[in-house]
Design a protein around this ligand. Structure first.
Ligand code: ADP
Ligand code: MG
Length: 260
């Protein structure tokens, strides 16, 4: 049953691209999926199966060739216009000549429809939330990769989206930075409670963060399995050593191997 109370509803969602030479490449097929408000959903699947395509369809950056996407009962385009969707990519995509502060307020500057400019108070709150209070006036090149990604998260959260889409946001970072950002993202999510769809190729990352993990099959991607993760929160680096965590990760690893 489709309900406007659901944050994201994908119905028989499919997409095919026209590859060079004109052949049609089916990338996603018959995806049915409902994400609850405030849920943290992780998506894993073989490389090239269509995970980024799925996020772009949810964001309304791409129009599906079959099926539909609804964001709280609206089309993705309408949700995007209403600034209900924030997006974080693997690359932080910061403007190098703008300070941390200026990068975070950028969406408010370029798109007046978002509403009034971000107040100094809201900006301080955001900087505090991502742990960059002392770095407001730094330029991107004066920050570590992990700090740059935290700026990208703050920018995505700056208009208080209800849906946060993250495409391998920690994929380019070293293992230790990834682990600490994992904990930080969970803390931020627990405070702001956006609905998150988080694409990753890391099973431990999916288990550490998600309420449920969707396993996609190889291209064209279908939903192969949906695994709930019932571990208590907050989960930290030490949680990963518990037998429950290890068992959940092992189960997902098996599912992912089957999917590929
Ligand atoms: N704009 C496009 N035109 C044609 N093919 C594309 C386009 N974008 C992605 N693809 C193809 O779709 C498939 C899935 O891509 P993608 O969603 O990026 O996979 P993933 O994120 O799971 O690695 C790939 O085979 C890729 O080549
Ligand atoms: Mg991708």
């Amino acid at each position: 049953m489709v309900s406007v109370a659901d944050a994201i509803v994908l119905s028989r969602l499919g997409h095919q691209f026209r590859a060079p030479g004109g052949v049609l490449l089916p990338v996603l097929a018959g995806i049915d999926l409902t994400v609850a408000p405030g849920e943290f959903l992780a998506v894993v699947g073989p490389s090239g199966c269509g995970k980024s395509t799925l996020l772009r369809l949810i964001a309304g950056l791409l129009t599906p060739t079959s099926g539909s996407v609804q964001i709280a009962g609206r089309t993705p385009e309408a949700a995007r216009r209403a600034k209900a969707i924030g997006f974080v990519f693997q690359d932080p995509s910061l403007l190098p000549w703008r300070t941390v502060r200026a990068n975070i307020i950028l969406p408010h500057e370029v798109n007046r429809q978002i509403g009034p400019p971000l107040s100094e108070h809201a900006l301080t709150d955001l900087l505090e939330l991502v742990g960059l209070r002392q770095f407001a006036d730094y330029l991107p090149h004066q920050l570590s990769g992990g700090m740059q990604q935290r700026v990208a998260i703050a920018r995505a959260l700056s208009f208080q989206p209800t849906v946060l889409l993250m495409d391998e946001p920690f994929g380019a970072l070293d293992a230790i930075t990834r682990e600490s950002l994992r904990e930080e993202l969970q803390r931020i999510w627990l405070v702001r409670r956006p609905t998150v769809v988080f694409v990753t190729h890391s099973i431990p990352e999916a288990v550490a963060l998600a309420d449920r993990v969707v396993v996609l099959s190889g291209r064209p991607a279908r939903v192969q399995a949906i695994e709930p993760v019932l571990l208590p929160r907050p989960r930290d680096a030490m949680s990963e050593t518990t037998p429950e965590f290890v068992a959940a990760a092992a189960r997902l690893k098996t599912l992912l191997r089957l999917a590929a």
